[in-house]
Design a protein around this ligand. Structure first.
Ligand code: C2E
Ligand code: CA
Ligand code: CA
Ligand code: CA
Length: 275
């Protein structure tokens, strides 16, 4: 496999790649990594389906390991969870995400992913609250994305953490909706502002009548419950058009933009405003 790393192209045999990226190696390198220099944030617009204007940006993390090159969050976030580093990592990322959001226009939201360990910890979410309070970003501009898996992990604690964030004025989004189990039971027991429908349903919305029906029933459910519906993974105009007809409120995906570095946001919003 060829892999782009900061302009260099490195060739790995797939076996070697599997080997050096094995769980144990990722865990060991993560343990000794310097979050401040090795972790990056990128930002992907969440766009109002009707106006096609950016409503906010989701924060996605990137690990640029000196040894491994770019490692996907799908690999290093679970590793950080396994080795007990996710909470300090989340805190370091939230500080930087909110510092970035502070420089954006006041009507642009910031959406931040939390893991199960962040919301179910015994000492609760006090460190996160302290970071929000110190950030200078109004809590009403912040959404926290929480997966069903995180909520299922320890429902009572998750519910408490969510209620606390909500009471501060933050928004709560249920992420990856439709991929977990007992999804619907969580919807009415949590104070949700948004539901994010997983991109697996979006990919074939125009080819597969089942995906179409699932999204239709989910948008209907969201409308009934006065929860905004976000769809991620939208890559084509045809998908966007169908999702608008199906009543999705917000759209995220490569069709509008891939995740971008923080320094690109001001220009992105300027270009969008002229469109
Ligand atoms: P997610 O929260 O579901 O984030 C959306 C993922 O879909 C991102 O992958 C994004 O780059 C990708 N994506 C967005 N639009 C499109 C599209 O149109 N087509 C396709 N094919 N993909 C699209 P990414 O950045 O690799 O992140 C993977 C997962 O890692 C995230 O899934 C999230 O669960 C987790 N993650 C990322 N950053 C963080 C973080 O800072 N903290 C925590 N706890 N989890 C994170
Ligand atoms: Ca997310
Ligand atoms: Ca998601
Ligand atoms: Ca997902």
């Amino acid at each position: 496999a060829k892999r782009q790393m900061r302009g260099r192209t490195v060739i790995f045999s797939s076996e070697l790649e599997a080997e050096i990226r094995s769980r144990g190696v990722i865990e060991n390198l993560l343990r000794t990594s310097d979050f401040a220099t090795e972790m990056d944030l990128v930002f992907q617009p969440i766009v109002d389906a009707m106006s096609e204007r950016t409503n906010g940006f989701e924060v996605l993390s990137r690990w640029n390991s000196p040894r491994l090159g770019l490692v996907s969050p799908a690999d290093f976030i679970p590793a950080a969870e396994r080795i007990g580093l996710i909470r300090p990592l989340t805190q370091a990322l939230l500080v930087r995400a909110l510092a970035a959001a502070k420089g954006w226009p006041d009507d642009i939201r910031v959406s931040f992913n939390l893991s199960a360990h962040d919301v179910c910890a015994s000492d609760g979410i006090l460190p996160l609250i302290a970071i929000i309070n110190a950030s200078g970003v109004a809590p009403r501009r912040i959404d926290f994305e929480i997966t069903e898996t995180a909520v299922t992990f320890d429902f009572v604690r998750a519910q408490q953490a969510i209620a606390t964030l909500k009471a501060m004025g933050c928004g709560i989004s249920l992420d990856d909706f439709g991929t977990g189990y007992s999804s619907l039971s969580h919807v009415h027991r949590l104070p949700l502002d948004k539901i994010k429908i997983d991109r697996s349903f979006v990919a074939d919305v125009n080819e597969n009548p089942v995906s179409h029906k699932i999204i239709k029933s989910l948008t209907g459910l969201c409308a009934d419950m006065e929860i905004a519906c976000v769809v991620e993974g939208v890559e084509t105009r045809a998908q966007l058009d169908s999702l608008r007809r199906l009543g999705c409120d917000f759209i995220q995906g490569y069709y509008f933009a891939k995740p971008m570095p923080g320094h690109a946001i001001a220009d992105y919003l300027t270009v969008e405003a002229k469109r």
